[in-house]
Design a protein around this ligand. Structure first.
Ligand code: FAD
Length: 533
């Protein structure tokens, strides 16, 4: 179950240096206070009593929740505007009920009742969507329910010979990893949201973890799955490889709950790494870093983790990192030493067998030195590892301080990447005025890479949501115009659906996807208003 307004139990404080920099860069800030959950009062549920009774007959009686608190806890995901809304006590995103089925069969039965009664269904995994994927859009249906899959949280089967593991969709990553560990296996999929996001959520949003350059994105790990739909169950058995027609697993990947509810997923797993090594580098410029990364991924060997921050993000991460003293010290000494003003932080990480790690690391180190990079050593890598999941909790602190802090992402070919980078930064600066915009590349492909932007600005106390939505719309326009994808890993939801048509192959692609939806979800109850433009 998600918390009301904060990501973590304990909220970090801003380092004093960071407070000073924020005040200098962003101007006057208006601190804000979050309304407590106890004060949240969603509008009365629109779910008719007869429908509640029908639903109770197909799941266990205590699996239907219409009380204010549980509905409020499901009022949207983790985008800036979702949290901003909840902090103001605005519960317009609360569903009419929350249903927590105990097994896959119950999911199928709930979908059939909802189809017959015209109730929209929003599948709910870990609740970490940052693109409005959990918004309770009714789209003409008489009510909206959140189908919370958190009780489907088991590892069902492990095949150590084929290195496959079958999970229920609601299991969270730490629990999945703990269940695999006794077999000496790991999933290795580690997005920043890994503590709270679910495996089913990863699959339908085509998630990418921090080590996706080595492990691959979730798309590469899915081998089989089951999906409940109002028209029946789609069962795609695990395969090694197949040429038997179009791969319908790919249809489910990225479907965002609009075609069905994933009730089981079989994923490729790997041996727990014998060794892990993370280290930091300072490259002379963003351009030099990009060139070095392209060389690594195209010619090999390459690290499993490769994150290049632009100069602005390098400054931000130094400023925000409480545990980054080693990195700051190394950075400061390097900057003093070289008197460079355009240094960019690069983190490289290796996970695997000791000999393989040594071989790849030696080759990458020599390539980076040839590119003019200077080693910051393992201390910088450890500082990154220590802080790699800290940003979401820091965002809560930013809210309190009156700072708009949000991220957005895209990917582009190596050829288009510089233009996309420039276009997004320009769009954000023009829309927000005074703002700090940092960026990093974190997922490498032979053909291109992802770009992940972090934006800080003084929150407009009178119109915080409108302020960000205008900036986000400008960035979306810029991405499409410059040839980037509208999402590399956050998915489409409500926030990107107006810009997704080029990614879907134009109108004919959209029509084909709609035809699939009509077949699987004839009454259109599944996650209305998401994905499809
Ligand atoms: C702080 C933070 C950091 C993040 N970092 C990353 C990152 O590094 N990489 C990354 O890829 N993403 C990241 N995300 C985005 C988010 O975590 C991913 O999109 C994740 O895959 C969502 O999983 P979830 O279980 O929380 O899904 P939810 O948010 O619950 O749902 C997401 C969408 O999928 C649908 N859905 C969920 N489960 C199912 C199911 N079983 N069947 C059908 N539909 C379903 C929902 O209806 C919704 O439309 C981050 C988010 C936050 C808040």
């Amino acid at each position: 179950m998600t918390s009301w307004t904060t990501w973590a139990e304990t909220q970090p404080e801003l380092p004093p240096a960071a407070r000073g920099v924020l005040a200098r860069e962003l101007g006057p800030l208006t601190p804000s206070v979050a309304v407590p959950l106890s004060a949240a009062t969603p509008a009365p549920s629109r779910l008719r009593r007869e429908v509640v009774e029908r639903l109770k007959a197909v799941v266990d009686r205590d699996a239907i929740h219409v009380d204010d608190q549980i509905r409020a806890l499901h009022a949207g995901g983790q985008a800036y505007v979702d949290i901003s809304r909840r902090r103001r006590g605005d519960t317009t995103a609360a569903p009419d009920a929350v249903i927590t089925p105990a097994d896959a069969a119950a999911v199928g039965r709930v979908l059939r009742v909802c189809a017959e009664e015209s109730i929209a269904v929003v599948p709910w995994g870990g609740g970490t969507s940052v693109v409005g994927g959990l918004d309770p859009v009714a789209d003409g249906h008489e009510a909206v329910v959140a189908l919370d899959l958190s009780r489907l949280d088991q590892l069902l089967d492990v095949d150590p010979v084929s290195r496959l593991a079958t999970f229920q969709p609601g299991i969270r990553t730490p629990a999945a990893e703990a269940a695999l560990a006794p077999y000496g296996l790991t999933l290795g999929h580690v997005p920043q949201s890994f503590e709270r996001a679910s495996l089913g959520g990863y699959v339908v949003t085509r998630s990418a973890g921090q080590a996706s350059t080595g492990v691959g994105r979730i798309d590469d790990l899915v081998s089989g799955l089951r999906m409940a739909t109002p028209s029946g169950e789609l069962v795609l058995a695990p395969v090694a490889g197949s040429a038997a027609g179009p791969d319908l697993r790919r249809l489910v990947l990225g479907s965002e709950g609009t075609l069905g509810v994933v009730t089981e997923v079989t994923l490729r797993v790997r041996a727990l790494p014998e060794t892990r090594h993370y280290e930091g580098w300072m490259v002379p410029s963003w351009e030099a870093g990009l060139l070095a990364m392209r060389g690594m991924i195209q010619e090999g060997p390459h690290p499993d983790i490769a994150r290049l921050s632009d100069r602005r993000e390098t400054e931000i991460s130094m400023m925000m990192s409480r545990s980054g003293r080693a990195t700051r010290a190394a950075l400061a000494s390097y900057l003093r030493m070289r008197r460079v003003s355009d240094g960019c932080l690069l983190i490289t990480g290796y996970e695997g067998g000791a000999a393989d790690v040594r071989y790849r690391r030696d080759a990458v180190r020599s390539a980076l030195r040839n590119a003019g990079a200077v080693s910051l050593g393992a201390a910088a890598g450890r500082a990154w590892e220590h802080a790699r999941f800290a940003a979401p909790a820091l965002r809560d602190t930013m809210f309190d301080a009156g700072v708009l802090a949000e991220t957005l992402e895209t990917a582009a070919t190596w050829t288009a990447l510089p233009a996309v980078y420039d276009a997004v930064r320009t769009a954000l600066a023009e829309s927000l005025g005074r703002a700090v915009v940092g960026c990093h590349v974190s997922h490498l492909y032979p053909t291109g890479a992802s770009l992940y932007f972090t934006v800080l600005s003084a929150a407009d106390a009178d119109d915080p949501d409108g302020q960000w939505m205008r900036a986000k719309a400008a960035a979306n326009d810029a991405i499409v115009a410059a040839g980037g994808t509208i999402s590399h890993h956050h998915a489409v939801g409500t926030v990107h659906r107006g810009h997704v048509t080029p990614d879907l192959g134009g109108d004919i692609g959209v029509r084909a996807l709609r035809a699939m939806k009509r077949e699987l979800d004839p009454t259109g109850i599944l996650n209305p208003g998401k994905l499809l433009p």
